[in-house]
Design a protein around this ligand. Structure first.
Ligand SMILES: Cc1ncc(COP(=O)(O)O)c(C=O)c1O
Length: 402
């Protein structure tokens, strides 16, 4: 399979094109309903025109969901997890899933909830901090955009702390804390653009000295870093950490939408419990209303099925592959912008937009790094050795042409 891919490296992953009637025109509501078969036929044509993880979609932090997770997602999808009185067992599953993720992040009695993704978890986490009186957000520009989105929605003040090598600069953080007072500091374990890890322990020490709390965004790195860097206190092992984001729909292998907000204790979580007068329980949790139990069942199933050993093995394999990509690219003259600590590789390519377009024409869907010029590859389980070779070859072709 790999050889075939390499043989066809210049025309890899051809997709079907969309039928011309679907381009540039929105379909009106049909007067009479269309048959089941006809609907499926049309939708499948659309689906075949889209890239998939197995056919070159290597820029996203999501991956191919595990078949077990897809199955239970469907089986549970029609139950409303926010009808807590009727579907009490679902809340128990949710608490178990959250507690298992908490364990990975160094917490023995965490609570929290399954969210639609990392953005919702980050928004909810900063909302909690604000409700507990921490109204200033300290974050480096390497933090995920959802942190700044959250601050904007919540009208929280943002203090941007410079970074060093794509990690929050602790000296600059201390200076900022001295000048701006208490707040919530966001530390990222596995940055979106560069795969770096903020110095969480040092951040937490400063947090304690300056009366702050810390939210750890481990949306991507949560399923990798704790397994690889066993000696490092990356999250709840530090008492200043009050909450964390960790997404099963990234390397947890659950289907979209499935994020996780892990909170140190019930008291901190309390502001996310809202009155819902028409519901049997009289209350709902989280920023949304109706929530599919499918996401909860999928996260629970994956945590139980993979276990510590399964995720640990996956983390090591993905990290090895990421380093293989780094070495391969180095051997052809393309340097990583920074050595990654989780399997996200930002490769320094000055004309990044053109490189993306070039790769896209070959069927490879890469993303940009954001803060530095370069193209980003996220090594999920779907990015095998052959695909890594292919990425290096396509980028080599681009750089040697330009
Ligand atoms: C570190 C980090 N936090 C948060 C998010 C947002 O996650 P989502 O896209 O699931 O909302 C991402 C997404 O890439 C991320 O990398």
């Amino acid at each position: 399979m790999v050889d075939k891919r390499l043989r066809t490296a210049l025309g890899i992953y051809p997709r079907e094109t969309l039928p011309s009637e679907r381009c540039g025109k929105l379909m009106p509501l049909p007067r009479e309903g269309v048959s089941w078969i006809e609907v499926l036929r049309e939708l499948r044509t659309i689906l075949r025109s889209q890239p998939t993880h197995f056919t070159g979609f290597v820029g996203s932090m999501t991956t191919v969901p595990h078949p077990l997770a897809k199955q239970v997602f469907l089986e549970f999808s029609e139950l409303n997890a926010n009808d807590i009185a009727t579907f009490r067992a679902i809340r128990v599953l949710e608490e178990e899933a959250v507690s298992m993720m908490g364990e990975i992040l160094g917490c023995s009695s965490c609570t929290g909830m399954i969210t639609s993704g990392g953005s919702e978890a980050n928004i909810a986490a900063l909302y909690l901090a604000r409700e507990h009186g921490y109204e200033t957000v300290y974050a480096s520009p390497v933090a995920h955009d959802s942190v700044f989105k959250a601050a904007r929605i919540l009208r929280m003040r943002v203090v941007r702390v410079p970074h060093t090598s794509f990690r929050i600069d602790v000296q600059m953080l201390e200076k900022a804390l001295r000048e701006n007072g208490p707040g919530v500091i966001v530390a990222t374990v596995g940055t979106t653009g560069f795969g770096t890890i903020d110095p969480v322990e040092e951040v937490c020490k400063l947090a304690r000295s300056y009366g702050c709390v810390v939210h750890v965004d481990a949306a991507f790195g949560g399923f990798v870093a704790p397994f690889i860097y066993r000696g490092r206190r990356l999250c709840f092992e530090n008492s200043a950490v009050v909450s964390a984001t960790m997404d099963p729909h990234k390397l947890g292998l659950a289907p979209i939408p499935c994020g996780g907000l892990i909170v140190r204790d019930e008291r901190w979580f309390e502001p996310l419990v809202f009155e819902a007068r028409y519901m049997p329980e009289g209350r709902q949790i989280g920023l949304l209303g109706t929530r599919s139990a499918g996401s909860i069942a999928a996260a629970w199933a994956m945590l139980k099925h993979m276990g510590w050993r399964g995720y640990e093995a996956q983390a090591r394999i993905l990290m090895d592959r990421a380093l293989r990509l780094v070495n391969l690219c180095r051997s052809i003259g393309i340097e990583p912008v920074v050595e990654p600590e989780v399997p996200v590789v930002c490769l320094a390519i000055e004309r990044d937009n053109e490189a993306l377009e070039f790769a896209r024409r070959k069927g490879l869907y890469l993303y940009k790094c954001g803060l530095a010029r370069g193209v980003r590859v996220v090594i999920g389980p779907h990015v095998d050795e052959g695909t890594i070779e292919l990425i290096a070859r396509v980028l080599k072709l681009f750089t040697s042409r330009s």
